[in-house]
Ligand binder design. Sequence first.
Ligand SMILES: Nc1ncnc2c1ncn2[C@@H]1O[C@H](COP(=O)(O)OP(=O)(O)O)[C@@H](O)[C@H]1O
Ligand SMILES: N[C@@H](CCOP(=O)(O)O)C(=O)O
Length: 303
Amino acid sequence: MSNSWQIKVPGSTANLGPGFDSIGLGLSLYLTLEVTLQNEWEFVHIGDNVPSDTTVEKHLIYKIAQQVGKQYNASLRPCKVEMKSELPLARGLGSSAAAIVAAIELANILGELNLSTQDKLNISSQIEGHPDNATASVLGGLTISSMDEQGNVDTLHIQEMDAAFVVFIPNVELKTSDSRGVLPSQLERGYAVRASANANMLAASLIAKDYVRIGRYMEADLFHEPFRAELIPNYNEIHEAAKLAGAYGTALSGAGPTLISIIPLSIQGQFIEAMKKQFPTHQIVLTTGASAGIQVTTYSNSN
Ligand SMILES: Nc1ncnc2c1ncn2[C@@H]1O[C@H](COP(=O)(O)OP(=O)(O)O)[C@@H](O)[C@H]1O
Ligand SMILES: N[C@@H](CCOP(=O)(O)O)C(=O)O
């Protein structure tokens, strides 16, 4: 019988501009949990990018895992969870969605729930409130989704993107809830129609792999970026510099404050070098789409 597992979940960038609350892309930056059965629950945090508090009862991963266990009338075997992460918190790289997806997988293992992929998509998107990050963390790759009022998620999953991505992470946090707080509750119809047309063109360009158009429409959002831009350090400067250095386009990553550029694979080295010189206070990271979503490795007990 197994007594330890590794759960590895990719972070994600949501929206890609006008795909607000719908489009997500898994990134090759990971949250990793090493799980070992023991008599009591325990969380051990390793390195940066993890909350400073490790109290079991308040831990997001513990709370979500218990909530999911309860939903399926299953009790979870206690365990030690050693957690490390490449996803800075509250920066728009889907750390909360990755944590929720990891917690659902944890409940799935410890409660022997036998969840299907569709169950994981539905539960994680319902908890997040929108399916963009959660579906990308579950499946990897690019996801285009809609969630109905009952919380049923329909996702179209596109695996490969022939481009690289560069994230510009500022040294400040911005909670997704705060960044959603500046959005208007209503949009005038003509404005909403233009916003929706840009989102349609982004989705069509992603499926057609028309990278020039992908870049153009990533920069044509009307749903959220116009209202969030003033919260984002160097919003205009990074857009302009990235375009001059050869990016197809740049958008807010999720709710921000990170910005993300999509660039041709051929210019990766020179692009990073130029951006690091121009934005020395940002952490600038070259990444790619994650080819896989949740990955579970089971270690069998030799005793
Ligand atoms: N691995 C984790 N373990 C526990 N809590 C986490 C983890 N990752 C994220 N969180 C919680 O989620 C919050 C960030 O969520 P959010 O504001 O939605 O930003 P993000 O864009 O990073 O998802 C953190 O401040 C923390 O409370
Ligand atoms: N569609 C959401 C995405 C939030 O992503 P996060 O990575 O910032 O949590 C939004 O734009 O609010």
